[in-house]
Design a binder for this molecule. Structure first.
Ligand SMILES: Nc1ncnc2c1ncn2[C@@H]1O[C@H](COP(=O)(O)OP(=O)(O)O)[C@@H](O)[C@H]1O
Ligand SMILES: [Mg+2]
Length: 383
C-alpha cells in the first residue's frame, strides 16, 4: 500500500498543508524544528490512532486550535480510499472512510499499516519493559485490529481492579469481605482478557523470532542469525520452547497466580499478575555466552538489535500479504556508515518509503526518489 495524498489541518505546527505523494521513496529534508516529523507522524497516527512520539492526543492539535484533521488517500491493489481522522481536544475523535463516518473511530486502526524507525527506537533495547510491551502490542494490533478493543478492555479492567485492591487492602471486617467478593469478579475479568493478550503475544513472539535473527545478521557486523534472540517473559508461564499454551490454560494459570499473590496485591494495592507485568527479553551471543542486551551490548550492537526488531516487524507484516509503509524518521544520522547502507539497501524496494533528514547527505544514495524541502511549515517539491 502507499499514501498518494496527505492533507493536514491544524495538526501539530501545520495550519493547512497538502502533500501529493507517490509509491517508492520520498525524502523530506529541512533543518530541525521545521515540521518533517510532524508530516510522517500524521501518517503513523492514522495507522494506529497513536503517535510514536506522545502518549496523548493533545500535543497533536495545533496550539490555539481545538481540532486537528489528518486525511490521506491510500492506494491498495490499485484502489484508492480516503481515510480521515478528526482529533478533538477533550472530546471523542471521529473517523471517516470516503467521507462516511465510521461507527467507532477504532475501526480505522490497521487500514493503513506503518513501520516507523526513529532515534527513539533505542529505548526498545535500553528502555523499560513497557516500551517492549508496546512494541509487541502495536504490532499485534496492526495484524489483528480487533485486539485494539481487547487491549483497551484490559487497561480498563486493570484500572478498576487496582482501585478495588486499594479499597480492599484498607478495609476491615465485613467491608473487607464484601470487597474481596467483588475482587474475585475482577480476577475473572483480568484472567479472561489477560489470557487472550498473553496468547496473542506468545504467538507473535514465535512468529517474529526467525525474522529477528535474520535481520540482526544483516545489520550487525559479522553476526549470524543465531546471535540475536528474543524470549517472552511472562509473570505466569515459563519461557515456552515449542508448544504455545491455549487461552483457557493461560486463564487458569493467571487465576492460580492471582490466588497465590493475593496477600501481596492487597498489601501493595496494585495488580502484580498479568500481561502488564511482562517483558520481551533480548539476548545476543558473545562467543559461547548469551548476554542480555540491556547493560551488556555496545552502542552499535544495541542499535543493531533495535533495527532488527523494526525490520522483523516489517518483514512479518509484509509476509501477511501487504507491504506496510516504511517511515524512516531522522534515523540515518544516528547510524554508522555500514548500518546506514545495510538499512537503506534492505528497504529500498519497499512499496513506499518516507524518509526525513536534516541535510540531503543523510539520505543514502540508493534511496533516490522524490524530494521535498520542509521549511517553516511549507512543504515544497524539489524539481
Ligand atoms: N501542537 C502544536 N502546535 C504548534 N506547533 C507545534 C505543535 N507540536 C509541535 N509543534 C512545533 O513543531 C515543530 C517541530 O516539528 P517537527 O516535525 O518535530 O520538526 P522536525 O523537522 O525537526 O522533524 C516545533 O517547532 C514545535 O514547536
Ligand atoms: Mg524530526
Amino acid at each position: 500500500m502507499y499514501v498518494s495524498h496527505l492533507s493536514l489541518h491544524d495538526f501539530r505546527s501545520y495550519r493547512s498543508v497538502d502533500v501529493p505523494l507517490e509509491a517508492g521513496v520520498t525524502a523530506f529534508v529541512g533543518r530541525n524544528g521545521q515540521g518533517k516529523t510532524n508530516l510522517v507522524e500524521a501518517i503513523d497516527y492514522l495507522s494506529r490512532l497513536q503517535s510514536h512520539r506522545v502518549a496523548t492526543d493533545a500535543p497533536l492539535v495545533r496550539a490555539g486550535a481545538d481540532q486537528a484533521v489528518v486525511r490521506a488517500a491510500v492506494v491498495r491493489d490499485g484502489r484508492t480510499a480516503t481515510l480521515e481522522v478528526e482529533i478533538n481536544a477533550g472530546r471523542a475523535n471521529k473517523a471517516r472512510i470516503n467521507r462516511s463516518p465510521l461507527p467507532r473511530t477504532r475501526d480505522l486502526v490497521g487500514l493503513v499499516r506503518t513501520v516507523v524507525f526513529s532515534p527513539e527506537d533505542l529505548t526498545l533495547v535500553k528502555g523499560d519493559p513497557s516500551d517492549r510491551r508496546r512494541f509487541l502490542d502495536d504490532l499485534m494490533i496492526l495484524r489483528s485490529p480487533r485486539l485494539a478493543g481487547v487491549r483497551s478492555d484490559y487497561d480498563r479492567v486493570l484500572k478498576q481492579r487496582n482501585s478495588l485492591l486499594k479499597t480492599a487492602g484498607l478495609a476491615r471486617g465485613s467491608a473487607r469481605e464484601g470487597a474481596l467478593a467483588t475482587l474475585s469478579v475482577w480476577d475473572d475479568h483480568l484472567a479472561t482478557i489477560g489470557a487472550e493478550i498473553l496468547a496473542q503475544r506468545l504467538a507473535l513472539v514465535e512468529a517474529l523470532k526467525p525474522y529477528v535473527g535474520k535481520a540482526y545478521e544483516t545489520v550487525a557486523r559479522g553476526a549470524t542469525r543465531d546471535d540475536a534472540e528474543i524470549t517472552y517473559k511472562s509473570s505466569v508461564v515459563e519461557p515456552v520452547e515449542t508448544i504455545t499454551p491455549t487461552v483457557e490454560s493461560l486463564r487458569e494459570l493467571i487465576l492460580a497466580e492471582l490466588a497465590r499473590r493475593q496477600k501481596d496485591e492487597l498489601d501493595r494495592g496494585i495488580s502484580l499478575v498479568g500481561p502488564h507485568r511482562d517483558d520481551l527479553l533480548l539476548h545476543i551471543s558473545a562467543g559461547s555466552e548469551r548476554l542480555p542486551v540491556k547493560g551488556y551490548a555496545s552502542h552499535g550492537e544495541s542499535w543493531s538489535f533495535a533495527l532488527a526488531l523494526r525490520l522483523a516487524a516489517y518483514d512479518l507484516l509484509r509476509a501477511d500479504g501487504d507491504d506496510p509503509i516504511l517511515i524512516l524518521d531522522d534515523v540515518f544520522a544516528e547510524l554508522d556508515s555500514q548500518r546506514r547502507r545495510q538499512l537503506a539497501e534492505l528497504v529500498a524496494d519497499a512499496e513506499q518509503v518516507l524518509v526525513t533528514a536534516a541535510v540531503p547527505e543523510d539520505v543514502p544514495a540508493v534511496l533516490a526518489g522524490a524530494r521535498y524541502q520542509v521549511s517553516a511549515g511549507e512543504v515544497t517539491r524539489d524539481e
